[in-house]
Design a binder for this molecule. Structure first.
Ligand SMILES: [Zn+2]
Length: 269
């Protein structure tokens, strides 16, 4: 299998967004009003050339992500705390074509969650089957979804993902359940909540190596090791529990962790 990393642009977030501190509303205020920002961070999309078809994990940021959005009412505060840098050519569709791959050949698009730097390229894949966790979908749709900071008004009308639940009868390592994507049973989806309620990660097993596409479960390997939750997720303690499970998974087998759209350095655990 061949794996490609596509950088669809960059993002700069407040330092308290990357490393959260404080409790409850105070934590959120620290994140939104912090005057210090991180360096520019890459926003990754991952592409797997699998024998059963092309698999894309997350879809990156759209070229107009900095456009002012006035609903929900607190959106300008979030936009102040996260600034994007990208061009139309950097969107995932054009970059796939540059690799000699056609977006219309993509079989599955797995979305780790539905934040806008992950669902910004849906429109490039009208033929694919999208895969989202049931919990993430429940949190992201409708007016409730917008109040949960999901920009669902930007989704294409035809966006109707296949929803997965995790089969808790067959745990995958420390993860309480999983969903198997491929017939070869080499790609699984596992629940990794915290950064968002329905966040999932993707594991790929080849020979004796496991690769984990962990989305925003942690922004960097260092934060993962420190079990340090970000400042934006709805469930910091749940995110730390997810960190412990990822670390336990990584120590039980040779694992390479690949970062999500706000990626830090790639790191072997
Ligand atoms: Zn996110």
């Amino acid at each position: 299998m061949t794996i490609h990393a596509i950088e669809t642009g960059k993002v700069k977030i407040t330092k308290s967004w990357r490393t959260g501190y404080g409790d409850g509303n105070k934590r959120l205020m620290n994140t939104l009003f912090d005057s210090e920002f991180t360096e520019w961070l890459p926003i990754y999309v991952w592409v797997i050339e699998h024998p059963e078809g092309l698999i894309v994990i997350d879809t990156g940021i759209p070229a107009d992500a900095n456009k002012r959005i006035w609903f929900p009412p607190f959106m300008p505060l979030i936009q102040r705390a996260a600034k994007f840098q990208m061009t139309p050519e950097e969107e995932v569709g054009p970059q796939l074509r540059q690799l000699g791959l056609s977006p219309s050949d993509v079989r599955w698009v797995v979305l780790t969650h539905l934040h806008q730097d992950h669902d910004g390229g849906l429109h490039h894949f009208p033929n694919a089957q999208f895969v989202v966790s049931s919990k993430e979908w429940e949190m992201a749709v409708g007016l409730k979804g917008r109040m949960n900071w999901y920009l669902n008004q930007r989704w294409p009308d035809w966006f109707k993902p296949h929803l997965v639940d995790f089969d808790s009868r067959i745990p995958l390592g420390p993860f309480g359940g999983h969903h198997t994507l491929t017939q070869a049973e080499d790609i699984h989806l596992v629940p990794t909540p915290g950064h968002s309620r329905g966040h999932l990660s993707v594991t790929l097993s080849e020979d004796d190596l496991s690769i984990m596409f962990a989305g925003d479960a942690s922004y960097t390997a260092e934060l993962l090791r420190a079990q340090s939750a970000d400042g934006i997720g709805p469930d910091p303690e749940g995110q730390q529990e997810t960190h412990r499970k990822i670390l336990a998974y990584a120590t039980s087998r040779r694992t390479e962790r690949l970062p999500g759209p706000v990626g830090g350095a790639q790191a072997k655990q």
